[in-house]
Design a protein around this ligand. Sequence first.
Ligand SMILES: C[S@@+](CC[C@H](N)C(=O)[O-])C[C@H]1O[C@@H](n2cnc3c(N)ncnc32)[C@H](O)[C@@H]1O
Length: 490
Amino acid sequence: MSIFQSLLNNADDNVSLDSYIQKNYAQIEAFCSTRVDSQQIELDNFEQFVLFKTGVIEKLDYTKSYNRGFVYHLIDYCERFCSTSAIVQLYHIIQDNRLNIGSRLEASMLYLYNVPSNQTFVDRFNDICSKLQTAINEEDDNDKRAIASFLNYYSYVVYNTSEQFSSGVFLKYTNAIENDSFPFLKNDVIQECFALDYHKPEILYNIVQKKIDEILGRNEEFIIQPNRENDYLIESDTEYARILNNTPRTFQAIRNISVQQINQFENKDDIYYSLGRGVKILKEEAQLYSYLNSYGNMHEAKMLSALHKLPLEELEGKNIEIYDWACGQGLASIIFREFVENHNYNIYNRNIVLIEPSEIALKRAALNVRHFNGQCQIKTVLKDIDSITKEDLNCDSNSIKIHLFSNILDVEGFSMEHLISIIEQTQKGVNFFVCVSPYITDAKTARIDKFVQHFANQYNSYHLYFEIENQSGEWRNSWTRVIRLFRVNL
Ligand SMILES: C[S@@+](CC[C@H](N)C(=O)[O-])C[C@H]1O[C@@H](n2cnc3c(N)ncnc32)[C@H](O)[C@@H]1O
């Protein structure tokens, strides 16, 4: 049965719909990231569900992140297929519950909702682009979805209005390019689509829709193939290694190296922008410095606020293994190490497994970790999460495993199902999960909770120690945080 038929059948009231969403969130999210053609055949079922069940959807408990994430996916679906009838129903749910659908979908609302005349499509060009640029700069993991949304807007106008308005949008676009108003418009695919003839709406529409499918398709370039020789990569004989050697063993002292180094670069703003909010797979040493300079203090504060809730007494006298997932330069591992040392517990850290697809970051992580801990065995896994296999993670079932997920569970570029399955297959015994991310949008928080909820649903041993969510202004500085700290026996 299709996903929206099942939703329809399970939405007699808000309690049954809530429980269906909670149990099937992963499936709903997975459906929304499948190929567009398999999603499109569901359009009628989708609209029936939203139109018949608006009254039930609006009564869901929106303090729960999976319900907020659910509405995000409904809006995302509306946007992809320009379902203006469903958007009308969902709009007031967003407003009434102050849901944060993110700047990209807010941009989509500007051409799908409350459009009094065709001229409005042209008049809202700058507002749409401005929101999409914000999505790219501050919220999304890359520019793909924003570019897809922009092309969807353009093809929608060309297909559904007349030449006068298509040319209006086209002119706005050429002006914006000339004035360099929105950097994302310089993207090659956008330029190719604007080179098409808008006097032939159907042809343009079909080509642009194909391009959107390609943009939203899986990006294979991230996949790093297994290489058994990468078990112990470490930076050596570099200027950084020499400086580090004479640096005190504290996180702040290590960060200061990066602060000093980045200040010597004239183009440090460009380097900062090349980090893509810190989620890009870094390739240059200058980016490593910029990352630690810009994000180091915030990441340390978030990680410490989680570690303060870790029951260290349960680890006293025990052997532990650290798994630092998407470790970057190993910040989470060294913050953990310093935290434990400052608390005078006897905790024996035998192994640290560092997992990261950026080679330059991974080598530095190993060096940073070695600086703090000369004894432990370090294993490096140079891979993105989707490429990890069981063989990469052979753990000791007698040790307590501490999994550090520092600023990665909210990133959308990997399969949560694969991550969960690989953990379940390899991490037998007692596991603590320290999950720390920024608050970006409701959908990203729902992604983190999908991970947590899996263990909560499947294992009686699941124990939650701490959870908190702070948006900007609710915690320190303007920093945000989403923290989940739990234990489970696998
Ligand atoms: C925001 S940084 C967090 C780094 C580190 N955990 C920290 O807290 O500083 C995100 C990291 O995820 C890595 N990354 C990006 N996509 C990934 C993927 N698909 N699988 C594993 N790591 C990924 C990046 O290379 C980057 O180091």
